[in-house]
Design a protein around this ligand. Structure first.
Ligand code: NDP
Length: 297
């Protein structure tokens, strides 16, 4: 049976360290500030935003939440982001996606000052990650958290290991692949047009699933002893829990895969909690840079 990589425990460890460093920074006169912006009333987004703001407060940060009406115009949102760019009390700006259809999310993301782009989606940060400038980049939170989990099992240097990332999105798959490459893994990115995905997956010492399809990756796709990182979060019906009930599952058929893998992340309680923890870490790093202090390693 595979070892379980406990995202809840690791996330608590990360936020504990962030809180300690934040306390030092505050004592020296800089309070890390995170602004979270949400437009509209998407219930899932509201839950995410509330937990990000809450965690920022728990870390001792100056935490600001801007909740804007669904009909907010793109110009109004641009103006808010520009005001936050200019606000010295704010070190991290996060605009919750997806935005309503009449607002171009690309325009908004590119309006965020790269040095406050704690989500790591601005072209400058994407480019820095792609060229290996990791010391000055902001790395997207979900793949950054997944790498930290991987580090616990495989160490920092992945030389000689084959990694397969299933999914090529800009927020998970591509940055994950770049991080694995920066850690010296030999990386293949798979997607919906990949031929014989099960055979490819079986070559992976490190298998990352970021697909958004419940339990798509089966146990017999997993190489014995592989490390499996399941980024997927899918809500599926759970009639066994009562009428209308649901539960969360990953992109990996957990029980089957856990019987073969060397280590695996659970869903829930795996990569999910790491995402918010890494957002706090990125905000702390931004505040350290603004204060001219060396960010913690
Ligand atoms: P996207 O929908 O943006 O991307 C999904 C990717 O999976 C695409 O590249 C797509 O390929 C590929 N794909 C879809 N179907 C198949 C298939 N049958 N075989 C192979 N590849 C396939 O999703 P995200 O990257 O945003 O998210 C992926 C998952 O991660 C979701 O479950 C999401 O909820 C979860 N997530 C979790 C987070 C966390 O905090 N833990 C944060 C962000 C996301 P193609 O490009 O060819 O269409």
């Amino acid at each position: 049976m595979a070892d379980l990589i406990d995202g809840k425990a690791l996330a608590a460890e990360v936020t504990g360290k962030v809180s300690q460093h934040a306390a030092d920074l505050i004592a020296s006169g800089t309070t890390p500030g995170l602004a979270v912006v949400i437009v509209g009333e998407d219930p899932a987004s509201q839950v995410y935003v509330a937990s990000k703001s809450k965690r920022a407060k728990e870390c001792g940060f100056h935490s600001v939440q801007h909740t804007l009406a669904e009909e907010t115009s793109e110009d109004e949102l641009v103006a808010l982001v520009e005001a936050l760019n200019a606000d010295p009390a704010i070190h991290g700006i996060l605009v919750q996606l997806p935005l309503p259809g009449h607002i171009d999310s690309g325009t908004i993301i590119q309006t965020i000052a790269p040095e406050k782009d704690v989500d790591g989606f601005h072209f400058i940060n994407v480019g820095k990650l792609g060229t290996g400038e990791l010391d000055t980049a902001f790395v997207p939170c979900t793949p950054a958290g997944a790498m930290l989990m991987l580090e616990r099992v495989r160490g920092r240097d992945l030389s000689g290991l084959n990694a397969v990332v299933v999914g090529r999105s800009n927020i998970v798959g591509k940055p994950m692949a770049n991080l694995l490459l920066a850690a010296n893994a030999t990386v293949t990115i798979a997607h919906s047009r990949t031929a014989d995905l099960p055979a490819l997956a079986r070559t992976a010492d490190i298998l990352v699933a970021a697909v958004g399809r419940p339990e798509m990756i089966k146990g017999d796709w997993v190489k014995p002893g592989a490390t499996v990182i399941d980024v997927g979060i899918n809500r599926v019906p759970a009639p066994e829990r009562g009428e209308g009930k649901s539960r969360l599952v990953g992109d990996v058929a957990f029980d089957e895969a856990a019987a073969i893998a060397g280590a695996i992340t659970p869903v829930p309680g795996g990569v999910g909690p790491m995402t918010i923890a890494m957002l706090m870490a990125n905000t702390l790093v931004s505040a350290c840079r603004a204060a001219g202090r060396q960010p913690p390693a």
